[in-house]
Design a protein around this ligand. Structure first.
Ligand code: A2P
Length: 331
């Protein structure tokens, strides 16, 4: 495998630091390595593969040097400005923000689901929303087998998804302090409000799940709805997913299909109180699924409970897997 020059943009953030951890674990062949963030943390040090790197301020000139791949997780406005600059310099950007996900020229990729889509990139590949990624890994094999007619998502999302400031709101909120990031206390509370509200009454997080599901599964007209909720959990998103299919569905076959699906672990033994849990998924790369049962209110429907580490598979690991696909395509 050819060695690549790789940059992490937003390296000091929650996802950025996990990029470094996952890159170390997965041993991507790296030649020159760069860590970039805002002027606020320029000059600070980060350790990668036992070596210390100085954080550079991200500027228009950051990509003047040869960089093959840049993993971005520094917010939408940073991606809007700097991803095109990187791409113009021949770098392939894997962008974790929502900025480019709906752009028809930008592939939106979950490596277990639609790896072939990286081929038509023109310098930017979007990493999907954390809640979407974990759902896709589970829904893809079911769509292939039974053809999805409708999906209803209800999410229980961890504060780590809101970055360092979200994490601090829960930590400080548990000590009685007022929130700074969220509009209401998150400690001992559930907020049916993630990202901004849109004209149709949905939040943008909900619309992201809807748009992204259609794009990744290549079903532009799929009926999808979502309610996304922030809960007082530090890490790992949980999701209740109700799915209706075109074709008859057999629950034992669903369990069998999911147990063979790449990146999925079935944990479904209610008799022993075994089902996916946020505290057990944290730190892992797999997507855990359980509570697999028929939706008895419709002809061909199921309910499932899906849990994954939103910072790892929901962000950093998925992006590094995309980087691996890019490296393989360069050889
Ligand atoms: P910095 O630490 O310098 O603020 P999180 O979402 O976990 O809070 O992380 C956000 C990441 O994005 C951080 O690494 C942050 O760097 C980086 N970032 C935010 N704004 C910019 C910007 N304008 N240019 C480059 N990096 C940015």
């Amino acid at each position: 495998m050819r060695k690549v020059n790789l940059a992490v943009v937003g390296a000091t953030g929650m996802v950025g630091r996990t990029f470094l951890k996952v890159l170390e674990e997965r041993n991507l062949p790296i030649d020159n390595f760069y860590v970039m963030a805002s002027a606020r943390s320029a000059g600070s040090k980060l350790t990668f593969m036992g070596k210390e790197y100085t954080v550079e301020e991200l500027t228009e000139h950051s990509f003047d040097k040869p960089i093959d791949i840049a993993l971005f997780s520094a917010g939408g406005s940073t991606s809007a400005k700097f991803a095109p600059i990187a791409a113009e310099h021949g770098c392939i950007v894997v962008d974790n923000s929502a900025q480019w996900r709906q752009d028809p020229k930008v592939p939106l990729v979950v490596p277990e689901v639609n790896p072939e889509d990286i081929k038509w990139n023109s310098g930017i590949i979007a990493n999907p929303n954390c809640s979407t990624i974990q759902a896709m890994v589970v829904l893809k094999p079911l769509d292939d087998k039974y053809k999805i007619k409708r999906v209803v998502y209800s999410t229980y999302q961890a504060v780590s998804g809101a970055g360092v400031s979200g994490w601090k709101d829960l930590e400080n909120g548990l000590k009685g302090e007022a929130p700074k990031k969220f509009p209401h206390p998150i400690a001992n509370n559930c907020l049916p409000h993630i990202d901004v509200f849109m004209d149709n009454g949905y939040t943008k997080e909900e619309m992201k799940m809807i748009w992204e599901t259609r794009k990744i599964l290549h079903h532009p007209d799929m009926r999808v709805t979502a309610t996304t909720v922030r809960v007082p959990v530090f890490n790992s998103h949980s999701e209740s997913i109700n799915v209706e299919f075109e074709n008859p569905v057999d629950i034992n076959e669903v369990k069998e299909l999911l147990s063979k699906a790449p990146g999925v672990v079935v944990k479904d033994n209610p008799a022993n109180n075994e089902y996916p849990l946020a505290i057990e998924a944290a730190g892992k790369d797999e997507v855990f699924v359980g509570r697999i049962r028929r939706d008895e209110s419709v002809e061909n429907g199921i309910n499932i409970w899906v849990v994954a580490d939103n910072i790892r598979k929901g962000a950093a690991t998925n992006a590094v897997q995309i980087a691996e696909l890019i490296v393989n395509s360069l050889n």
